[in-house]
Write a new protein. Structure first.
Length: 335
């Protein structure tokens, strides 16, 4: 058992839903009475108290925070994405970094299925017609036809917890699922009929109805879907991004979606993440037909903070007793 620890809880955001509730910080203090918990509500507060912290439970730890930390040994992120924390000093440091991958996998998988069905069934047309009190049966049933997930070919880029959860649901609905992962081999995850390597992406795109991006943002995946990849896609294909906005070249996506019918190679996109968030009001993505925009909410569920605290609490008990932590990030690989 370690000596009493000082734990900095700095999970704050301009978006209210992504601020850890005070009641959950109080729960940590009740569950771990021998440790001291410091609750920071801003970068400035975190910077002021981090010199005494042994552990940081933070959504964004910046270079100045790490530089000021005198006894930091472990940082835990309440999210799966930790790209913003992988600045050179952090990567080179001995500080252990863990994340919360897996806690929202099932929720995001449901989101993937939901938005794909919305686009396949042309529901945005139905919503618009309903608002205008207009019977749009002819418009909705005209070409291109409404489609089903049953029999659709789905390519999931990234077979981590989110990709695997999505594969199970999509397969249960009758889709044929191919997954791309770095190794391209190994045991086949449930629901996946075939796995492939990243260098096979271009060969697979022309045969795919739905492309789901569930890979982490790394040097290798940034700009993964650009003009060349979009040009290889089917003219009725749907792109779903629930990973990070920078995996997609948004200018190339706009160009692909606004191309004349004769040269258009993608049917639509469901985007939950963007290179800049909030998505600027002037972005053409807002008004493009066939684009469904959600405000980075795919991973949120009613008991979100309970799941986050459960994982962090389990890891804190492991840290106390010197056990291996869950979800340790390979700082060199980026996930």
């Amino acid at each position: 058992m370690t000596s009493p620890l000082t734990v900095l809880v700095g999970v704050y955001s301009p978006v209210p839903a992504w601020n850890i509730p005070a009641a959950h910080v109080a729960r940590l203090q009740r569950d771990f009475p021998r440790h001291t918990f410091l609750h920071a509500l801003s970068d400035e507060e975190a910077l002021r108290v981090i010199p005494s912290a042994d552990v940081a439970f933070m959504a964004e730890l910046r270079p100045a925070h790490l530089q000021a930390a005198r006894s930091m040994r472990w940082v835990h992120s309440p999210a799966a994405g930790i790209g913003g924390m992988l600045f050179p000093a952090m990567v080179q440091s001995a500080v252990v970094l863990t994340n919360s991958r897996g806690i929202s996998a099932d929720t995001i998988a449901e989101h993937i299925v939901g938005v794909t069905l919305v686009l396949f069934r042309k529901l945005p047309l139905a919503f618009t017609a309903q608002a205008a009190r207009r019977w749009a049966q002819d418009e909705i049933l005209a070409l291109p036809q409404i489609r089903t997930l049953a029999g659709a070919s789905v390519l999931i880029v990234g077979l981590g917890s989110i990709g695997r959860a999505a594969a199970r649901l999509l397969h249960a609905l009758g889709a044929h699922v191919t997954g791309i992962r770095r190794c391209g081999s190994g045991a086949m995850p449930p629901g996946v009929q075939r796995t492939a390597r990243p260098d096979e992406l271009l060969d697979l795109l022309p045969h795919t109805d739905v492309v789901v991006l569930a890979a982490p943002q790394t040097r290798e995946t940034q700009g993964l879907i650009g003009a060349r990849e979009l040009a290889a896609m089917r003219r009725d294909a749907v792109l779903v991004n629930v990973s990070r906005g920078k995996l997609v070249d948004e200018e190339a996506l706009v160009a692909a979606l606004t191309a004349p019918d004769a040269t258009r190679t993608i049917g639509g996109a469901a985007l939950d993440v963007f290179a800049q968030e909030p998505l600027p009001s002037e972005s053409p993505l807002w008004s493009l037909p066939g684009v469904l925009i959600t405000p980075h909410m795919a991973g949120f569920r009613p008991d979100h903070w309970d799941g986050v605290i459960d994982l962090f609490g389990d890891n804190l008990r492991r840290f106390e007793s010197g056990q291996t932590l869950r979800n340790v990030v390979d700082k060199q690989a980026g996930y």
